[in-house]
Design a protein around this ligand. Structure first.
Ligand SMILES: Nc1ncnc2c1ncn2[C@@H]1O[C@H](COP(=O)(O)OP(=O)(O)OP(=O)(O)O)[C@@H](O)[C@H]1O
Ligand SMILES: Cc1ncsc1CCO
Ligand SMILES: [Mg+2]
Length: 296
């Protein structure tokens, strides 16, 4: 590329990021104004943190494990959240049933594929979601790699090993799987829009075309359980008011800023979790929208 075309491309990138930040600000303001409800079918370990984080971020929460409850309430829920962290045998029927109902009506939902790759029940459930996919997948790097591999979107390599609930891969290793996953989700979405968010030291969000990187956060976020699970729930709150890419970016940026603020005023995991909820509450749409977003 010549120097002048490089400069034109850089200007276009700057304009795209500015437009995206305007959408993020509008979404963050809409969450505060409208208190959108995002219903969750989530794991037992972190269910309380998920609900509290959704409230602190400006949304409303409702938890259920009954397909009829979840499917009926979807009409009141701006977007749903499904997290497969702790599974029971009946989920094998319940979760695909819920996903199919959402698919039929075009209801938007966020999936956290916790521990993707571990156990035949979890694998069966995650495989079933391929035919009725979510709008956003949010996970750590290992989970994103495992899900994209399971769905046949990237070729298997040694990264298909079970990952547990903690990531054993760097965010960078998940770039191509995340893009492939986002393109697959977009192709299945009624309006052609979807996103994938990969959390870690530096977070990554993609719509399948562009890869956005969001630096920041706090290492203490990995020392409490459920920073990732609750980020999924807050992403669903944002998805209730905006498009998938903007929702994933807004929630990710909010978590990075809130993590930094909480680290400043806490002195261990217990006080960090409390300070983190306060920080979710106190982080402004302006701070969220001013977050650094890189496309290189
Ligand atoms: N080392 C780190 N530095 C900065 N931020 C981090 C770090 N590790 C995690 N985070 C942040 O913590 C949040 C959760 O990410 P993480 O990758 O730990 O999710 P997870 O593994 O799914 O968590 P869990 O399953 O416990 O809910 C994200 O907002 C991410 O940016
Ligand atoms: C610790 C743990 N085990 C199953 S789900 C969960 C929460 C973090 O993913
Ligand atoms: Mg997780």
């Amino acid at each position: 590329m010549s120097e002048s075309s490089q400069a034109i491309a850089a200007d276009r990138d700057d304009a795209d990021i500015a437009a995206l930040k305007a959408r993020i600000r509008k979404a963050a303001e809409a969450v505060r104004e409208r208190t959108p409800m995002a219903q969750s079918f989530t794991n037992f370990v972190t269910i309380n943190l998920v609900a509290n984080a959704q409230l602190a971020a400006g949304g409303a929460a409702a938890m259920s494990f009954l397909p009829d409850d979840v499917i009926d309430t979807a009409t009141m829920s701006g977007a749903d959240y499904i997290n497969v962290g702790t599974l029971l045998p009946f989920y094998k029927d319940a979760l695909p049933k819920i996903a199919r109902a959402f698919h039929k009506t075009g209801h938007k939902w966020v999936l956290d594929p916790v521990a993707a790759g571990i156990g035949s029940t979890r694998t069966e459930i995650l495989r079933a979601f391929r035919a009725a996919p979510p709008t956003i997948v949010r996970g750590n790097a290992s989970e994103i790699i495992a899900l994209a591999t399971m769905w046949g979107l990237v070729s298997p390599d040694d990264a298909t090993r079970p990952a547990g609930v903690e990531s054993v891969d760097e965010v960078e290793a998940a770039v191509e799987p995340a893009k492939a996953l986002a393109r697959f989700l977009a192709a299945s979405a009624p309006d052609g829009e979807a996103a994938v968010a990969v959390s870690g030291k530096a977070d990554l969000v993609t719509d399948g075309e562009t890869v956005y990187r969001l630096p920041g956060g706090s290492a203490m976020m990995a020392k409490i359980t459920g920073a990732g699970c609750s980020l999924g729930g807050v992403t669903a709150v944002c998805l209730a008011v905006t498009d998938p890419l903007t929702a994933a970016l807004a929630a990710t940026a909010l978590y990075d800023r809130a993590g930094e603020a909480a680290e400043q005023v806490s002195n261990g995991p217990g006080s960090f979790q409390v300070a983190f909820l306060d920080a979710l509450w106190n982080t402004t749409p302006d701070q969220i929208a001013s977050s650094e977003i890189l496309t290189v």
